[in-house]
Design a protein around this ligand. Structure first.
Ligand SMILES: C[S@@+](CC[C@H](N)C(=O)[O-])C[C@H]1O[C@@H](n2cnc3c(N)ncnc32)[C@H](O)[C@@H]1O
Length: 433
């Protein structure tokens, strides 16, 4: 018998704590009286919420809606058997059989341009740069014509992912498959589908995107500074476009099917952390907080996943000072986190400290040297560990710092860590009332 996986990484997510689950979970659980729940205030990919829910009830919070979907699926995965999966795939194919012929020009254009991408990369680069139907303008007349004829068809099929992100983050063919899956699971703004199904679409989109880091901050840049197309990047994007969303989706459902339920209930909430802290009651026994530490807004990096989770028409924000869509095709409205804004970050931490003090709750803060920016553009922290500890000391009777290593267990005793902190150490800051 194959061993069941302990956990899953449901999407590629900057700053996720999958590598540090053991020390975080053992540390927080030991501070939480049995019978009381753990508040995971910035749940992100949901991997930490799932592990907490193996030991205590969890309240899993994040401002991004995809987080609630992922945490819901990870904590209480639904096992879809082969016949149900086949039924979903058949519905998706039916949808494709209906819509594909109506956008044949667009798909034929894409197939031709992709076929000659390595020998004639200019047109392929333009497809990635100008493929979105949020603007019907395109340098290549054939592309402009194909977009024009496909636009009303995609609108009437409610094929949001193809209209907004097709050609750019995914091929049109892949984006159509993603739209077909959303239609097959009947996922709409008004009536969201079951979490495991939507989580499987999120995992699929995260696997399909060809950017380094698998995020959506901006599409792959195919040109060098002189404007010449870089063959290696074109080849990478092309390779990523050979994957099938339908196949990946099926694999994701199988992964969720082999995951044990976490055990304890996990309540998911899509809300600002301050709204949740304002209504804390005695059922909560400890707070775990893993907020952003850099200027990078998660809402910018994962906006496509947010659109999938919400199943809405996202609209598009404009490039600053212009009337053209932003290069990243960001949603018209997106959250700006106070943790990523220099003038607001101290106040944001203070509101966690105030609430924990008011409720006399222990607080465990993660502080990560990684997880911000990209490899090419690492971001510096808006708060230092020292700054955070000094601030927290004004609210708690004891504040200690604990470096943690991947796969270690840690008892968060009161001994202050006196050694030099390794510059790249992942740490937990433990504040006791
Ligand atoms: C470092 S990530 C958390 C990663 C998570 N622990 C994991 O393992 O996947 C920070 C999270 O904070 C969320 N966030 C940012 N501002 C927020 C706010 N005002 N209220 C609630 N969540 C917020 C982001 O959406 C992001 O998912």
């Amino acid at each position: 018998m194959t061993e069941k996986p302990a956990t899953l990484r449901p999407i590629h997510y900057l700053g996720n704590k999958a590598k540090f689950l053991s020390p975080i979970v053992s540390g927080v659980v030991e501070l939480t009286p049995s019978g009381r729940s753990i508040l995971d205030l910035f749940a992100g990919s949901g991997v930490v919420s799932r592990e907490f829910a193996r030991h205590r009830p969890v309240v899993s919070v994040d401002i991004q809606a995809y987080s609630a979907t992922l945490a819901g699926a990870l904590c209480a995965p639904r096992a879809y058997g082969r016949s149900t999966r086949q039924r979903i795939a058949a519905r998706a194919r039916e949808w494709l059989d209906d819509v594909t012929p109506k956008v044949a020009d667009l798909l034929e254009y894409e197939a031709a341009v992709s076929k000659s991408a390595l020998s004639a990369p200019e047109r392929f680069a333009r497809l990635v740069e100008e493929g979105s139907l949020t603007s019907l303008v395109a340098t290549d007349e054939d592309l402009a014509r194909a977009k024009m004829s496909a636009e009303p068809q995609l609108a009437s099929a409610r094929a949001m992912l193809t209209s907004y992100y097709g050609g750019v983050y995914f091929s049109y063919a892949q984006a159509l498959e993603l739209d077909a899956l959303l239609a097959a699971i009947r996922h709409q703004h008004e009536a969201p589908a079951e979490a495991t199904l939507v989580a499987a679409v999120l995992g699929t989109a995260s696997d399909l995107v060809s950017t380094v880091g698998s995020h959506f901050a901006q599409p792959s840049r195919l040109r060098d500074k002189s404007g010449a197309v870089k063959a290696t990047v074109a080849a990478r994007v092309l390779r990523a476009r050979s994957n099938s969303a339908l196949e990946l989706f099926d694999r994701w459902l199988q992964r969720y099917a082999s995951l044990d339920p976490a055990g304890y209930p996990c309540t998911t909430t899509t809300a600002d952390f301050r709204a949740v802290l304002d209504t804390l009651d005695a059922s909560v026994g400890a707070i775990y907080a893993d907020p952003p530490y850099t200027r990078d807004h998660y809402s910018r990096f994962y906006h496509v996943l947010e659109t999938i989770a919400l199943g809405d028409d996202p609209g598009v924000s404009l490039a600053p000072g212009t009337s053209v869509p932003s290069r990243g095709l960001y949603r018209a409205q997106r959250h700006q986190s106070p943790f990523s804004i220099r003038s607001e970050v101290v106040g944001a931490f203070d509101s966690i400290f105030v609430a924990a003090k008011r409720q006399r709750l222990p607080l465990v803060l993660s502080y990560s040297p990684q997880g911000g920016g990209t490899k090419a553009r690492p971001e510096t922290r808006l708060m230092t560990i020292e700054g955070l500890v000094n601030r927290a000391e004004g609210f708690f009777t004891s504040v200690t710092v604990h470096p943690i290593a991947a796969s270690s267990h840690s008892r968060l005793n009161r001994t202050e860590y006196n050694g030099e902190l390794p510059a790249h150490a992942e740490v937990l800051i433990v504040a006791r009332p």
